[in-house]
Design a protein around this ligand. Structure first.
Ligand SMILES: NC(=O)c1ccc[n+]([C@@H]2O[C@H](COP(=O)([O-])OP(=O)(O)OC[C@H]3O[C@@H](n4cnc5c(N)ncnc54)[C@H](O)[C@@H]3O)[C@@H](O)[C@H]2O)c1
Length: 425
């Protein structure tokens, strides 16, 4: 199938790079977002998210005349839905944005069009939730229009490269739909394109993230055991991973982001009687920020009144994304314990985030701090000198939740250091 014009709904971390990449590969793209700020910013040459190389790519796409930004869809050969699929307070999937996008597409849907869902979704969403809404157009899925689920597996920080190079799983409601979607994605994907059905593709995406979540939960549990037995889990994991068929991931302050900490709940919701290990892993990782604060209590005693310099608020290293971040939860728990928390997040310029005041520079956050809490392994923090910290800080307490600091160097400067996963005998 040939595609001249496509419409992409949702211009976030996934939709915007995808829209711009199609546009720079010669396809006319209508980028649609319901957030007026996003539309306004992009139309005026700005960018509302940070991702290496994205500014240049978006500018090239806009300059080519192939990318236009709108707040509503239009007729096109194909529609791609890349809207958020978060969960609600009760951990149940919130599919309202997917449903709204489908309803917005239906009036523009024509015979022979392709509709693709990219948003991470619970099993059977494409068949049971999306298809009926699109069929309000009067057209039948798989017969009058093609319908496919195409999950995304890019790594934030490397999105532009991985978008092109990663292998891509494409699930169609029938073979023709999968092939129609393959014809679209092979315009820029250089990785292998693998065809299957929609529900398998939905499961594949959820299985990938659940696998990582369970593995990290295991690492976090190993860290707690190591703390109890007085050994160093980081050394133990390195040694265990010398086994040719073992690959334990890293423990840390918990699991965040809108993917790994969210997606496994979709499986728990879909089959609570079966997804028991998955639920437990989620609970272990969700409990990790509490565990870290408890570790601080046990080591340093009362936290009330301490001034804490928190390094990093994002959900992982070297990204600006704060969604579901365990670093933020640790800061909130410290605030609840009566500590005064100021954070430095090199990827955010605002004066506060989620009720946590932000310092503009690393040197400023350290000023008069009693406790330094390294919560994210940003590159910017790797060269932090204990001698400089000793000059600026008031107290001598350090928490390293990500195994970034050299304990001996900090102890030499008189700091008392607590590290996740490092027991002391
Ligand atoms: N970011 C990642 O690394 C990543 C990786 C794999 C999968 N995913 C999945 O991709 C999907 C999108 O994630 P994201 O990170 O790009 O989200 P995002 O929050 O960065 O962007 C989504 C955009 O969609 C817009 N939107 C919401 N409802 C809309 C509607 N009805 N019509 C048009 N626009 C609408 C929002 O305003 C927002 O700008 C999610 O399901 C996510 O789980 C994300």
């Amino acid at each position: 199938m040939k595609y001249q014009k496509i419409c992409i709904l949702g211009l976030g971390y996934i939709g915007l790079p995808t829209a711009s990449t199609f546009a720079t590969h010669g396809v006319q793209v209508i980028g649609v977002d319901v957030n007026p700020d996003v539309v306004h910013t992009l139309r005026n040459g700005g960018l509302h998210i940070q991702e290496p190389g994205l500014r240049t790519l978006v500018q090239a796409a806009l300059r080519s005349g192939n990318l236009t930004i709108q707040n509503h869809p239009d007729q096109a050969d194909a529609f791609i839905i890349a809207v958020p699929t978060p969960f609600r307070e009760n951990k149940l999937a919130d599919l309202r944005a997917v449903e709204a996008a489908a309803q917005a597409i239906a009036p523009y849907l024509r015979k022979g069009n392709l509709v693709v869902l990219e948003s991470t979704s619970p099993p059977l969403t494409t068949e049971q939730r999306l298809a009926p809404l699109l069929e309000r157009s009067g057209l039948k899925n798989g017969e009058d229009f093609y319908l496919a689920y195409v999950p995304e597996r890019v790594l934030p920080g490397s999105i532009l490269r991985e978008l092109i190079e990663n292998d891509r799983v494409i699930g169609g409601v029938n073979r023709e739909s999968a092939e129609a979607a393959r014809d679209l994605y092979q315009l820029f994907v250089r990785g292998e394109i693998l065809l299957t059905d929609t529900t398998t593709a939905e499961m594949v995406k959820l299985m990938e993230n659940t696998y990582r979540d369970v593995n990290i939960a295991l690492a976090n549990e190993f860290a707690r055991l190591a703390e109890r037995f007085g050994i160093n889990v980081w050394e133990a994991i390195e040694l265990a991973n010398r086994h040719p068929r073992v690959n334990i991931l890293r423990p840390g302050p918990g699991v965040g982001g809108h993917c790994i900490s969210v997606d496994p709940w979709f499986l728990v919701e879909a089959a609570p009687d079966l997804a028991r290990l998955i639920r437990t892993a989620r609970e272990v990782n969700d409990g990790q920020p509490h565990h870290v604060v408890e570790l601080l209590h046990q080591t340093f005693g009362i936290l009330a009144g301490l001034r804490v310099a928190a390094l990093g608020l994002s959900y992982k290293a070297d990204v600006d994304d704060l969604r579901e971040s365990p670093a933020i939860e640790i800061c909130h728990l410290l605030q609840k314990s009566g500590a005064e928390v100021v954070a430095f997040e090199p990827y955010r310029q605002e004066s506060q985030a989620e009720g946590i005041p932000l310092a503009k520079e690393l040197s400023l956050v350290l000023q008069d701090a009693d406790l330094l809490a390294v919560l994210v392994a940003h590159q910017d923090f790797r060269n932090l000198s204990p001698a400089t910290a000793a000059q600026t800080m008031r107290g001598r307490f350090v928490l390293d939740a990500v195994n970034l600091l050299n304990r001996a160097a900090w102890e030499k400067q008189g700091f008392q250091v607590v590290k996740v996963g490092e027991g002391r005998r």
